[in-house]
Design a protein around this ligand. Structure first.
Ligand SMILES: [Zn+2]
Length: 429
């Protein structure tokens, strides 16, 4: 009988639940569909050349394939690799002293006004060499990987001039080539007004439009163009100009929208055709309706209101009811140093009231939509990249029920086993 079997690279069998999330590659899951994980009990996945070639029940796949490597996921669940769709991966330095300031009641925007916050990280990142940024990024990526993340969106935004924004995105490019985790780059030159443009912010907007965007596009260093639209940062008008200018160069718009103050960021996302609107803690119903109508992903970052200590969380239940496709991400940055996406996941359940099933959808297929990769990753379907995570729990109901420990047993990246028994076995390509 063996003669009839097809020889393949890797076969995963006996998963108590194989969580496929199939059927949402063309459009993100919304409303009740966010709970439809499309589970196969006693599931199996066949992998060849880094791709998923078959998905089904263990008996069926065992009869069809013989594999060089076989993994039994008995009593464990198998999911698509987690996608962290909003991070500020690259920066140098740290801001641990601000935690105490915040506890003394000094707000994030006040710290920024005093030249701290983002501006401190800008000073330290400008000083750092490209090699240093890559080295620091590598360590963070490995830490994310060990927690089940196989793809990371990474923003610039601590250079705030031509040279250093390019340096940050160059670091992303090198990391994407070196590290097993895929790094999807976003230009966020509009992250803060640099100190030297404090008196004439519009001149910085002109610099972004006339110099930074063209250079980034010419060197193909970013896929997305993001703007921090916020009081004392960038206005709606400035955000609109920057996002439309990026579009002319093929950069897809993203927005930090309505995080600390309501300015109409979600509405702007609809107007410029953004792929995602992120944060949304103060978004209006009109804004949310726009996101739902246009299928723009709302990327929710539950750790952000916690580290800001204002505890105003986005209203995920309302968004899901309205039909906004919801994703969840870490917002990893020097003010929110969380490398473990499972923290954002458990917060999504306990602070945003999202069910374990909705949370899984939010860090897999919907997160893939937020970064324009829904046809390559985010679900376990034939033809997709073999990015998978095996968790040490018997059913998906255990996700966010058991928390505070790393649930990851195994990570498979592009068909290769890169984390085994919770330890990294391979992190460079
Ligand atoms: Zn952010």
């Amino acid at each position: 009988m063996n003669i009839m079997k097809q020889s393949i690279d890797l076969l995963i069998i006996n998963a108590s639940e194989l969580i496929t999330l199939r059927g949402f590659s063309d459009r993100p899951a919304t409303k009740d569909d966010m709970k439809k994980l499309q589970i196969i009990k006693d599931g199996a996945v066949a992998i060849e050349n880094g791709k998923i070639i078959d998905v089904g029940e263990s008996e069926e796949l065992k009869a069809k394939y013989t594999a060089e490597n076989e993994i039994s996921a008995h009593d464990k669940i198998v999911l698509p690799g987690f996608i962290d769709a909003h991070t500020h991966l690259i920066f140098s330095g740290s801001r641990e002293e601000e935690l105490t300031l915040k506890l003394e009641g000094i707000s994030y925007l006040e710290i920024l006004k005093r030249g701290g916050g983002i501006l401190k990280t800008v000073r330290e990142t400008r000083k750092a060499t490209l090699e240093q940024l890559v080295r620091e990024g590598e360590q963070r990526l490995s830490s994310m990987l060990i927690h089940g993340v196989t793809t990371v969106e990474a923003k610039s935004g601590y250079g705030l001039n031509v040279e250093d924004e390019l340096k940050m995105l160059e670091a992303c490019r090198i990391l994407n080539e070196k590290h097993v985790v895929d790094v999807i780059p976003t230009l966020l030159a509009a992250h803060a007004i640099p100190q030297e443009f404090k008196k004439n912010p519009d001149d910085y907007v002109e610099l972004i439009i006339n110099e930074i965007i063209p250079k980034v596009a010419e060197r193909k260093l970013a896929k997305f163009n993001d703007v921090f639209v916020e009081k004392n940062v960038f206005t709606i008008e400035q955000g609109r100009k920057i996002l439309l200018a990026g579009k002319e160069y093929g950069l897809i718009p993203k927005i930090h929208a309505d995080e600390i103050n309501y300015l109409g960021g979600a509405e702007l996302a609809g107007e410029v055709g953004a792929i995602s609107a992120d944060h949304l803690a103060r978004a209006s119903d009109t804004g949310l309706k726009t996101l739902a109508e246009k299928g723009i992903v709302g990327v929710l970052l539950p750790a952000a209101p916690m580290v800001l200590m204002d505890y105003v969380f986005p209203n995920a239940r309302r968004m899901i009811r309205m039909g906004v496709p919801v994703a969840v991400a870490t917002d990893f940055n020097p003010n929110c140093w969380v490398e473990n996406i499972q923290v954002a996941m458990f917060m999504a359940t306990y602070f945003l009231k999202m069910t374990p099933a909705e949370v899984i959808t939010s860090v897999t297929i919907n997160a893939a939509h937020a970064i324009g990769l829904s046809h390559e990753i985010g679900s376990i379907e034939k033809g997709k990249k073999a990015d998978l995570v095996i968790l040490n729990v018997p059913s998906h109901y255990w996700i966010n029920y058991r928390f505070g420990v790393n649930l990851v047993d195994t990570v498979i990246k592009s068909g290769q086993i890169v984390v085994e028994n919770g330890k990294i076995t391979k992190n460079s390509r």
